[in-house]
Design a protein around this ligand. Sequence first.
Ligand code: GRF
Length: 215
Amino acid sequence: MTPVRVAVLVSGGGTNLQTLLDALADSDVARVDRVVSSHAAAGALERARGARVPTSVLADPSDAAQMLTSLGDAGLVVLAGYLKRVPPAVVARFRLRMINIHPALLPAFGGPGMYGRRVHERVLAGGAAISGATVHYVDEEYDRGPIIAQWPVPVRPGDTPETLAARVLAVEHRLLPLVVLELAKRGVPREPVRLFPDGSAFAAKNELSVRLLDE
Ligand code: GRF
């Protein structure tokens, strides 16, 4: 089986990218083929170079032609801390082959401007008892594409945006490689995939069995 070529879009420090680099390093199912950044100062680029993965920086992230050239013939595109809107022509080219990770349980606490600390502030202000991470397909709107998988975490008394963000980031780092490997194992199907927690793994089952994770 030829490994699925994964292109990763980044804007930040790249801890999610790092979990993919580590999880796919010896995989014959998928491999990180290139890293594309919305700006040259993203810490994620250093991580890619450290793993000897080709990198590029978008001069204009809203330019569809430029992004299509940067993504090339990737079999799967992953937005890992990527903060720009993806041009519609790129979304169309990679329909159901482009996914994003978001640090909340969508459809709540998503949308334009909902990233980083602000997400966790809103979750706490809303009095939510659980939060978590969501991996979803990317469409023309921020954080609205079909959900693939979610992993919940408890909101604990006394939580600050920082303590909640750290708890969510820990499950982001488990969820994203799991979903990428599951999609690659299935050959990145042209039909939406929905994955549900099943013990410590994920299974494409039609019964919901969510459980709160204990740290
Ligand atoms: C993560 O919480 C991610 O969900 C969000 O940005 C944060 C930082 O990601 N989009 P990373 O360390 O750059 O992967």
